[in-house]
Design a protein around this ligand. Structure first.
Ligand code: PMP
Length: 366
């Protein structure tokens, strides 16, 4: 052995591929590949971010107290039970790092968020993949995977990349049938986009159960993806275990201040949610109207729609065709969905534009 050897379980990880932001030619394009907020950042959050330029020589508050206090006040939570990190990605990694290791099993669905597998493998744990049912999370399939070696179950609700939503009763049934030693992680990155609510009841479970962690983010609805602020809520022993391995300063000063300001703008959430719901409904109907050409929209409760291609136009050809027309969307062969494109709901103009471009491609392929 004449060089450092990485752990085999690290080499088994397929690297995360982020949404692209430029086309093949480098031409300017409409980016609908990363589920960002097309309306931008709340103005007060931008101002708060800029104010941090005066304090660049100082370490940020490692306890994240202004963010925890603001979240506690906004959602009626105990600040001592809030964990935070460099995006909710870090919070998911902390959960895996604190609760799984070699010999343990971590369950998530086949069409699940790519970070779950990376987070599990990083700890040396074995990923266990539960099949979906017509692109939706299947609670019975997950329960069938549980063994005494299961340590964590990751469920995104709404799910990425399918946009599907498991109702509160299903999540309650999943939880009720789990052994007490299993940590149920409910990833609510898209919770603010659910019709009529910003919580499907998962937070209620996290408040009362000793083995439920809910994770949330400022990257989507709050328009702060660049600042990397995510958080989670669980029973105190779970949060304390995660704090032991947290990087001390993973939330920047600018990020902390921007998050607090964003949270105060409730009107922002109301407006963005209504806009997204209206355009999501319209876009879904447009795609359904292309059904005779084999396109199928999967019903979504998030800020994107998964389109499945079952006709002469393939998802790969549509991906390339849209790129040529200046629209970057997400093609998902790496997530077991070579027949799927995930398309973020953009502004009205972007959403109508990408639907029209798809229609042209469908007509050309006929
Ligand atoms: N969970 C899900 C389901 C997601 O889609 C994303 C963003 N792609 C995240 C978590 C992580 O988001 P962030 O790290 O920006 O909070």
């Amino acid at each position: 052995m004449n060089a450092p050897v990485p752990k085999q379980w690290i080499m088994d990880i397929a690297p995360y591929i982020p949404g692209r932001s430029t086309t093949d030619s480098g031409a300017k394009a409409v980016k609908l590949s990363s589920n960002e907020n097309p309306l931008g950042t709340p103005p007060a959050a931008r101002e708060a971010f800029l104010s941090a330029a005066r304090d660049l020589e100082r370490y940020p508050d490692a306890s994240g107290s202004i963010v925890r206090d603001a979240l506690a006040a906004r959602h009626g939570l105990d600040p001592a039970r809030i964990i935070y990190g460099n995006g909710s990605d870090e919070v998911l990694h902390l959960a895996a790092g604190a609760f799984s290791g070699p010999g343990d099993e971590v369950i998530f669905v086949h069409y699940g968020f790519a970070v779950y597998e990376i987070a599990a493998r990083r700890t040396g744990a074995t990923p266990v993949i539960a099949p979906d049912k017509d692109y939706a999370t299947d609670v019975d399939a997950i329960l069938a995977c549980v063994t005494e070696r299961t340590r964590i179950i990751f469920v995104a609700n709404p799910n990425n990349p399918t946009g599907t939503f498991a109702p509160r009763e299903e999540i309650a049934r999943l939880h009720a049938n789990l052994p007490a030693h299993v940590l149920l992680v409910l990833d609510h990155a898209y919770a603010e986009y659910i019709d009529g609510a910003d919580d499907d009841g998962g937070m209620e479970l996290a408040r009362t159960a000793p083995n439920v962690l809910v994770t949330r983010t400022f990257s989507k609805m709050y328009g702060l993806a660049a600042e990397r602020i995510g958080w989670g809520y669980a029973a105190e022993p779970i949060i304390q275990a995660m704090h032991r391995i947290r990087l001390p300063f993973s939330m920047t000063i600018a990020g902390q201040r921007a998050a607090v300001a964003a949270l105060a703008d409730e009107e922002w959430v109301t407006r963005c949610r209504a806009d997204n719901a209206r355009l999501r409904r319209w876009f879904t109907q447009e795609i359904a109207a292309m059904g005779n050409a084999g396109l199928r929209p999967i019903p979504s409760q998030a800020n994107f729609v998964l389109v499945v291609f079952e006709g002469p136009l393939t998802a790969e050809a549509a991906y390339k065709g849209l790129m040529d027309e200046g629209y970057i969307v997400r093609w998902l062969p790496g997530q077991g969905l070579p027949q799927g494109l995930r398309i973020t709901i953009g502004t009205e103009e972007e959403t109508r534009g990408v639907a029209a471009a798809l229609r042209r491609l469908v007509e050309r392929a006929a």
